[in-house]
Design a protein around this ligand. Structure first.
Ligand code: HEM
Length: 423
């Protein structure tokens, strides 16, 4: 390594360390800008390669020679991982090769663009019902927490409906899923890992019960289809793979979309012109969602990768022992790919954001999350033309999942759906 590369590496390490501090988590974007000045990819220590550049991150995501951390990898880098039920190596996010393709193929059938389009009327109905409840709560002028009342409730209901989780079993999912996602954060200490383990066991038990229920009484939902594939015994999906991937769907299916809704509403409330444009239809809801995904992505890092053999990333030579850290939230702000990256500009020209990843592990729920956002934002803004932030918004701690813990809003004047609502 040259002296110049070493100096760049220590600067990157310092920036990364700052990113993990409370101020860095609250506003990572100035830190990303400093990383962009250092290059597309930077070796920031032994075995650690940071990739903040759009081009390099996109190339790694789309290159099948780069592998996600599977059981074999975890055995080498974290020998105790098998003692932690929360560290599954059977979910799609931790599978490579044939096993990933086999399970992904089976699950992808349930998430085709058409199946998702068919969900639109249900998502609209649900959105309107949640807005009715929000209107009721906020009509006296008291603040309503958008996260609790809407941003969490919509995705959890949609994913539970899709999978086939009965209504009475849904309440415990939020705290359990939250605890489980702690494993995504680099700073999750022993206590949070223990909590995540407990949550994984509890979710596993709930899912086993549900599987048993569907086995006894199939219901024409996603769960019934996957249970049938498992019971066919032809090797399409094993019982254990089924459980781990059902849990993945649940957890991936709402923490992230919840944060998309919260981050997007906060942006709309801060930018009256954009909010008004969405009310009138001048700003397309789909374009708004894409720009929220780019500007303030609910997921700031895709999973780490390692190459099967020596290869180059953004000019840096990486090998199978390296952790290649894909900083997709930074890539979405790369000035080499986005004009004025710090400006919120729905419909901006140029490439799409990397918020859903890319390549073999591209988010299975991308179309569903986009649909929920595109249905929700214009409806919220039209229903509550005077909606504005109330005191006490609070970001949740974390560098990977970015969102609000609380986003209190005053709903202001309320438009009844029959007067002037457009779908
Ligand atoms: C705004 C919302 C969402 C964001 C930002 C998001 C982001 C991501 C990202 C970045 C990945 C790839 C990780 C990697 O390459 O290492 C991913 C994978 C995945 N997502 Fe999402 N996601 C969202 C919503 C959803 C929803 C609604 C579902 C399910 C209904 C879902 C299910 C999945 C699954 C199953 C995978 C694993 C795919 C694979 O490894 O083959 N996601 N998501």
């Amino acid at each position: 390594m040259t002296a110049q590369q070493e100096a760049t590496g220590s600067q990157a390490q310092e920036i990364f360390r700052e990113l993990l501090e409370p101020a860095g988590m609250a506003d990572p974007y100035p830190h990303y800008a400093r990383l962009h000045a250092l290059g597309q990819a930077i070796r920031a220590g032994d075995g650690l390669v940071l990739v903040p550049g759009y081009e390099a991150a996109s190339a790694v995501l789309r290159d099948p020679r780069f592998l996600v951390p599977d059981a074999e990898r975890l055995d080498r880098v974290y020998p105790g991982w098998r003692d932690h039920p929360s560290l599954s190596a059977e979910s799609l996010l931790n599978l490579n090769g044939e096993r990933h393709a086999r399970i992904r193929g089976l699950m992808a059938r349930e998430f085709t663009a058409r199946r998702v389009r068919d969900l639109r009327p249900a998502v609209e109905r649900l959105t309107d019902a949640l807005l009715d409840a929000m209107a009721e709560r906020g009509s006296g002028g008291e603040p309503v927490d958008f996260m609790d009342e809407f941003a969490f409730a919509l995705p959890v209901t949609v994913i539970c409906e899709l999978i086939g989780v009965p209504e009475r079993d849904r309440a415990p999912f939020r705290p359990l899923a939250r605890s489980l996602t702690a494993t995504l954060e680099p700073l999750a200490g022993a206590a949070r890992l223990a909590e995540a383990d407990e949550a994984a066991v509890a979710l596993g038990e709930m899912m086993s019960d549900l599987v048993a229920l569907r086995r006894a009484r199939p219901a024409g939902d996603l769960l019934s289809a996957l249970v049938a594939a498992c019971d066919a015994g032809d090797g399409r999906i094993t019982g254990s793979e089924l459980l781990h991937n059902l849990i993945l769907l649940l957890v991936a299916g709402f923490e992230t979309t919840t944060n998309l809704l919260g981050n997007g509403l906060a942006i709309a409330m801060a930018d009256r012109a954009v909010a008004q444009g969405m009310r009138t239809g001048e700003v397309a809801a789909e374009a708004f969602v894409e720009e929220v995904l780019r500007f303030d992505s609910p997921v700031q890092f895709a999973g780490d990768r390692r190459p099967a053999g020596p290869t180059r990333v953004g000019g840096i030579l990486v090998g199978p022992d390296d952790h290649v850290v894909l900083m997709t939230g930074a890539a979405n702000r790369d000035p080499r790919r986005f004009t004025e990256p710090g400006r919120f500009w729905p419909g901006r020209p140029g490439p799409g954001p990397l918020s859903f990843g890319g390549g073999l592990h591209f988010c299975l729920g991308a179309a569903l999350a986009r649909l929920e956002g595109a249905v929700a934002f214009p409806r919220v803004l039209r229903r509550f033309p005077g909606i504005e932030p109330a005191a006490g918004p609070e970001r949740r701690a974390g560098v990977v999942l970015r969102g609000y813990e609380h986003l209190p809003v005053a709903v202001g004047r309320i438009l009844r759906p029959r007067y002037g609502m457009r779908s």
